[in-house]
Write a protein that binds this ligand. Structure first.
Ligand code: TIU
Length: 225
């Protein structure tokens, strides 16, 4: 049995590591770079970039071990047909979804600003899921991809911790996946929200799942092979 040293207690990896996927949530220019959706919402984007090397390291480990990797992108069709009016209306007085910004139209699929940041671009064999909501299971084929590949365990990273990451982790947990959120590979515009999220998901005996450092995750994977 191989365990990841985690909170609130150790996380057990399955005997077949192909059942474990790395899920990288929304590491997009729209959230991490100036002029994107995150900044348009009035956020200080400087909190997010510190995790890039850690997410990249985890991605390199999964690639080296030839384990499944999934990336997600939050974005909408150019005609906004998949964007509920309620989401469109929410604004902080700056640019709205679909309006032109310095990196193209805000939060629109295919625009330069909607792409995954260059450091974490997907490569052949990795699945990229476009999603219109905060949760990666809502109106996507993620669940069927995971079931088709026999994946039961998710190592979760990305931004932002209390919005798309937490929503996705809750959706995954309800669907029976064993989820671990990597503490130093997720970030929020609000550091205190990140901390609260880590605490609330692992409370009550891992009510939503586990948390662990990237170093502990990586060490366990290398112990395995
Ligand atoms: N605003 C915010 O914190 N997040 C989002 O809108 N989407 C994601 O978390 N990806």
């Amino acid at each position: 049995m191989v365990l990841i040293k985690a909170q609130p207690y150790n996380y057990e990896l399955p005997s077949d590591l192909q059942k474990v996927a790395l899920l990288i949530i929304d590491m997009q220019r729209d959230f991490l770079e100036p002029g994107g959706f995150g900044e348009a919402l009035g956020n200080d984007i400087s909190h997010l970039s510190a995790i890039i090397p850690t997410v990249k390291r985890l991605l390199e480990v999964f690639r080296e071990l030839q384990l499944p990797v999934f990336h997600t992108i939050e974005g909408h069709q150019p005609d906004l047909s998949d964007c509920p009016p309620s989401k469109l209306r929410r604004t902080n007085g700056k640019l709205k979804i679909g309006e032109p910004g310095p990196m193209g139209r805000i939060l629109i699929l295919g625009e330069p600003g909607n792409a995954i940041i260059p450091q974490l671009q997907a490569i052949a064999g990795e699945i990229v899921i476009s999603k219109p909501g905060k949760g990666a299971f809502y109106q996507t084929h993620l669940e069927s991809y995971l079931h088709k590949q026999g994946i039961t365990h998710l190592i979760i990273t990305g931004v932002t911790t209390e919005v798309c990451v937490q929503t996705t982790m809750r959706e995954a947990n309800d669907r029976g996946f064993e989820c671990l959120l990597v503490e130093d590979a997720t970030a929020s515009y609000f550091p205190e929200f990140k901390q609260s999220t880590l605490e609330m998901i692992r409370a009550q005996g891992a009510i939503i799942g586990w948390t662990a450092s990237a170093a502990n995750v990586i060490q366990a994977f290398y112990n395995y092979v």
